[in-house]
Design a protein around this ligand. Sequence first.
Ligand code: ADQ
Length: 459
Amino acid sequence: MSRLIVISNRVSAATGGTAGAQGGLSVALTSALRESGGLWFGWSGEVTEEFSGQITFHRDDGVTTATIDLEEQDVEEYYNGYANRTLWPLFHYRVDLAEYERGFAGGYQRANERFAETVVPLVEPDDMVWVQDYHMIPLGQELRKRGCKNRIGFFLHTPWPPRRLLLTLPEATELVATMFAYDVIGFHTDEWLQSFVDFVVLESGGAYADGILRLDGRQIRLITCPIGIDSDEFATLARGDEAQQTFAQMRDSANGRAMIVGVDRLDYSKGLEERFLGYERFLIENPEERKEVFLLQIAPPSRGTVESYQRIRSSLEGLSGRINGAHADYDWVPIRYVNQGYSRAVLAGIYRASRIALVTPIRDGMNLVAKEFVAAQNPEDPGVLILSRFAGAADQLTEALLINPYSAEEMSDSIRTALAMPKAERIRRWRAMFENVCAEDVLWWRRRFTDALEQHQPV
Ligand code: ADQ
């Protein structure tokens, strides 16, 4: 097996990374790296006065992490700028929030060149390189320019936007052209893959058939490769002591009421305003059920230096305050709005104590919270998942109650349906979803990708 080199914006290997930042992704990548004696390379998260390209190595349990510091200007233009103010909103169909600035595009290119130039001396002839996410789209091409002939794969964790939307980006065609340096490109769903194909066929003159994109004499394999969670670990966690303690606390504090839960990074793509309004509609349309439920929305702030994130945060504070002000009683508050992060065990306990999960992003590459909720349920008395049709997860979790998150009416109806759902139906739906969450877990995901990369015959 070739050695694997994973390159991502941030490095959070389960061994060398920050404690607490150990999501399924880092666990899966760490296990792949351990198997192949691999290397994980990326930004340390630290800022330095002047870029030096100095690498800090950390070695633990068969995995080496290699990180570099970036300059303030790189962080501003590449990370806060092009990645989070240009590509993230555009890739989530929010052209209204996307900022197109040449300075951002230049900084993004420069940072990717810096990553390439630093990592290239570490790459050996038989290594496979796996680049992660929208921060690093041009990295493959920068590696090729520096003589790297290895197999290089790219995986996108976000949606790929429709062609017409992507064309609003001034340098869209050039950016997409940099991706032709990869051997394998992976997406969470067929829809994102197809949008990519549409763009390349119409704008770049590529030809696509049977999973292979042919262009400029090269063959690139495109695969749908939906990410999963570590389902065994999560289900075990949900039965463990810490989760059980949280479960008991939540049941106590619910005082017989049905808890509806939402867990999301505070991000406009997660549809939190729409969710609050849909839930309010349910309260208005169902006065008899009103005090029988409450919504616990957990939303730790993210990307707080970006203005659109400050705006969504204050908008949600206003909205939750207004809804609570309009509907609360002396013995009941409709929304518990919390801005903290919790350990995975506590989250598992909260999921298990919930009758309903509202996972209603307006766009999401996949959405792992939906899968975590399913994995944490009690098989004898599972809760109901209400899931946005516009999350990648909706392609796999087809037994969820699928809704359009823009429709407050659908959100309200689905809450009523979920509350009234007979136990036998809840169990039937949950079983089908749990089967999928276990079968297509995070190890399945990374094997599917690395096998495709290993087997690909570049031309
Ligand atoms: P995210 O947009 O971050 O990921 P998601 O897939 O839901 O979205 O993952 C969020 C993770 O953060 C989950 O594991 C969740 O448990 C955790 N989390 C959220 N709130 C938390 C809290 N309050 N405390 C502790 N943990 C919390 C991006 C894409 C997604 C894609 C993933 C993986 O946007 O579409 O599913 O990458 O590819």
